[in-house]
Design a protein around this ligand. Structure first.
Ligand code: HEC
Length: 133
């Protein structure tokens, strides 16, 4: 069978596009907790992940994985966060950090979010390692 030049190009493009879509559906690459500690510096102005530190401008993040959003004792959450119904796991924290205002509209975390997949993966690895200590 003779494939036209156009046909071959279209096929190559289809492969590239389906690859891009499949890539988006995949979870983040496993992150590096040590690199995540550096990313977490951006959070530290407002959050500690050490239980004994208590709440700061933001709620303490110790034990955040598996915790229902808006339930850290002693923290004055927004109504939006309390009503969000989220239980924090890696996937929901990732979505929140990518776009805090988009994922939980009217929540009061004054943070623009993280855009780089590597920053997200690394900070999640850090949170996973530290929040359960
Ligand atoms: C400028 C301060 C600030 C920064 C910076 C910040 N946060 Fe927050 N964060 C908050 C506040 C305030 C809330 C509570 C939001 C509400 O009640 O609407 C919050 C809420 C959260 C929650 C939900 C906790 C819960 O108990 O429901 C998570 C998870 C979180 N932040 C993670 C992070 C991470 C990770 C970073 C860094 C990448 C970060 N935040 C950066 C202020 C901040």
């Amino acid at each position: 069978m003779k494939v036209s030049k156009f046909g071959r190009r279209a096929f190559a493009l289809a492969v590239v596009f389906s690859g891009a879509i499949a890539g988006q559906a995949l979870a983040l690459e496993p992150g590096d907790a040590a690199a995540g500690a550096k990313v977490f510096k951006k959070c530290q102005a407002c959050h500690s992940i050490v239980a004994a530190d208590g709440n700061k401008i933001g709620p303490n993040l110790h034990g955040v994985i598996g915790r229902k959003a808006g339930t850290q004792e002693g923290f004055n959450y927004s109504d939006a966060m309390k009503a969000s119904g989220i239980v924090w796991d890696e996937a929901s924290i990732e979505k929140y950090l990518r776009d805090p205002k988009g994922f939980v509209p009217k929540n009061k975390m004054a943070f623009v979010g993280l855009k780089k997949d590597s920053d997200l993966a690394n900070v999640l690895a850090f949170i996973k390692a530290e929040s359960g200590k």
